[in-house]
Design a binder for this molecule. Structure first.
Ligand code: HEM
Length: 308
């Protein structure tokens, strides 16, 4: 899977990401009230992972997104077993489409996985299905949260947002403010709260607490990224922060394979959103914004703004 996500390959997607982002913003140009999640962050990020996986356009829609999201945070009153059944049916259609030689445009990672698995038997049908599910879900939910949480942070810190749109943005003088801004937004309000579970290979004493050999450890990324012993003024948003050794994408052998894609989507999305939405305000106080209930992810259910 790594081959599909290497930075060199991902960089080629930049014009496509910018095109999709601009079209979505064309769609809200006439509106005063905009929910940035529903109108922009959700469709943009889903479109990108669908393009990489080779999901046919007719399945790249809000209904498919709802089916996926219902598996981690079912809407009130929705039967979990039914969501799972819907998801299975969706993945079976996708995989069968690849076997039947369906749409093979772009990277078509899913087509390649199905073929590799059929040729070598390296993956069972269940593994294929769960890999497709994982990629569709994390390729979308995480980056959607980066855009939502990140824009919220910028709206609450207008001085920092101005550094992205002001004359020094993209200057040759130092590291690109957009690049450092994306890293800082990843750190400041991390889209993924917990890393993959770890199992202690040997006993470790940490802050007076003994973690025994074989203990399962849940690593809280959101907390680590605000560690005041690692980051000066950890609770302050500074879009020019360097160095910025945050852990938003995890660490070590399980480091996120989608990091280059997420970074590029963020680098395209933030300046475009700020420029094309123009002056905006939150439509309700920040502490009344709805967050999606989820253990691992941290993201807004809606980000309503008013263009002024
Ligand atoms: C802002 C966006 C994203 C964030 C914050 C994020 C964060 C993470 C984190 C924290 C991990 C666990 C790392 C660890 O435990 O050391 C991870 C793993 C992973 N991520 Fe992402 N991710 C993002 C976007 C993506 C995208 C776009 C994809 C694309 C498919 C993706 C695919 C994966 C996969 C497959 C893994 C498992 C890697 C492994 O276990 O070897 N992620 N990600």
């Amino acid at each position: 899977m790594n081959a599909a996500f290497v930075p060199r390959r991902i960089a080629q997607l930049e014009p496509f990401i910018a095109d999709v982002a601009n079209r979505l913003l064309d769609g809200v140009e006439q509106h005063t009230h905009v929910d940035v999640i529903a109108a922009f962050a959700a469709p943009l990020t889903f479109r990108m992972i669908c393009a990489i996986l080779g999901v046919p356009r007719e399945l790249d829609n809000a209904a498919t997104r709802d089916t996926l999201m219902a598996t981690i945070a079912p809407a009130p009153g929705v039967d979990a077993a039914r969501s799972e059944g819907d998801l299975h049916a969706l993945l079976d259609v996708l995989i069968a489409g690849k076997r039947a030689g369906g749409e093979r445009s772009g990277v078509d990672l899913l087509g390649a996985l199905v073929q590799a698995s059929d040729d070598s038997g390296a993956m069972s049908e269940e593994e294929l299905r769960s890999t497709a599910y994982l990629l569709l879900l994390v390729g979308h939910d995480t980056t959607m949260n980066l855009i939502g949480n990140g824009l919220l942070a910028l709206l609450r810190n207008p001085g920092q947002a101005a550094r992205l749109t002001g004359p020094e943005a993209g200057s040759e003088a130092g590291p690109s403010p957009v690049g450092t801004a994306v890293e800082e937004l990843l750190r400041y309000d991390s889209p993924v709260r917990d890393a993959t579970f770890r199992c202690a290979a040997q006993p470790i004493r940490l802050h007076g607490q003994l973690i025994g050999e074989g203990d399962i450890v849940s690593l809280l990324i959101g907390s680590a990224n605000r560690d005041e012993t690692r980051f000066t003024d950890a609770d302050r948003l500074d879009v020019g922060r360097t160095p910025n050794d945050h852990l938003a994408f995890g660490y070590g052998p399980h480091f996120c394979i989608g990091a280059a894609l997420a970074r590029l989507e963020g680098a395209v999305a933030f300046p475009l959103l700020l420029r094309r939405l123009g002056p905006v305000q939150l439509a309700k106080p920040a502490d009344e914004l709805p967050w999606r209930p989820a253990r691992v992810m941290r993201g807004l259910a809606a980000l309503p703004v008013v263009r002024t």
